[in-house]
Design a protein around this ligand. Sequence first.
Ligand SMILES: C[S@@+](CC[C@H](N)C(=O)[O-])C[C@H]1O[C@@H](n2cnc3c(N)ncnc32)[C@H](O)[C@@H]1O
Length: 295
Amino acid sequence: MSPAVRSSAGRLAAVTPHAIARLANASPFLKWAGGKSRLLQTFDRYFPASFNSTKNRYFESFIGGGAVFFHLSPHKAVISDLNPELINCYTVIKDNVEELIVALRKHKNDKDHFYRVRALDTDKLTPVERAARLIFLNKTCFNGLYRVNSRGQFNVPFGRYTNPKICDELNLREVSFALAGVDINCGPFEAILKRARKGDFIYLDPPYQPVSATSNFTGYTATCFGNSDQERLADVARILSKRGCLIMLSNSNADFVRDLYRDFRIETVHTSRAINCKADRRGRIAELLIMNYEN
Ligand SMILES: C[S@@+](CC[C@H](N)C(=O)[O-])C[C@H]1O[C@@H](n2cnc3c(N)ncnc32)[C@H](O)[C@@H]1O
């Protein structure tokens, strides 16, 4: 029988030959549109059996809230995203978590304070103040969502939560521990993925291809992720596959996506939608898990 360890979610997980995890209890410090927390148990069945976590690296180039990264908590990782505020947060938590905790304690769940902080010019703030601002806005805004307008300005209204946990010290310190030694980068996926080598495991969770004209969320960054970006990502996935990397990619259950990855293994998985302002759109939805390996 397999021995058991505590996974990042604090659950007991069997140590199978493909277990990547080291001991860690960190969980995402932000709520993020498209976050994968609800799919982790399903994903456990699909992580690669042949990945050598002490020798090779784990890449995640659309890190967002990092649900998969924290779940796996790999030994050697390269994480990145195009969103500079988000990446600043990861870097500050890694290098300066105690100062961040002090800065977060100054924030309060108050509507006027929220709008004052939202209006701040981030260029005039220190990295620690910027990280505290992002976490505070995420914890207190409507639906706990991060969304920016075309000028890159955060534009979600106040959320009216009764008692949001603005400063979760315990988890922030766990996150800092999980990020020790992790290579954190801000940039487009193709620039970071050039560094992946044979044997590395890459998880990719891009903004989803819309399945209908009204279903797309596009507010992660000032620019949206269109058809040509999806095509470029599929090209990069093919190059990395030829290089001998192990690739796992999430996307919507759209014909366009199925066609882009027709030469890959495609599995359909089911999830519930966490962030949607319309309650009737929060049901179970099918999405795709695309891989270049069999487990
Ligand atoms: C679906 S979310 C990732 C969610 C993440 N897996 C989680 O569990 O929270 C997609 C992410 O891609 C980032 N992104 C958008 N365009 C990008 C690009 N061209 N290169 C890298 N990251 C990009 C967004 O900022 C966003 O954080």
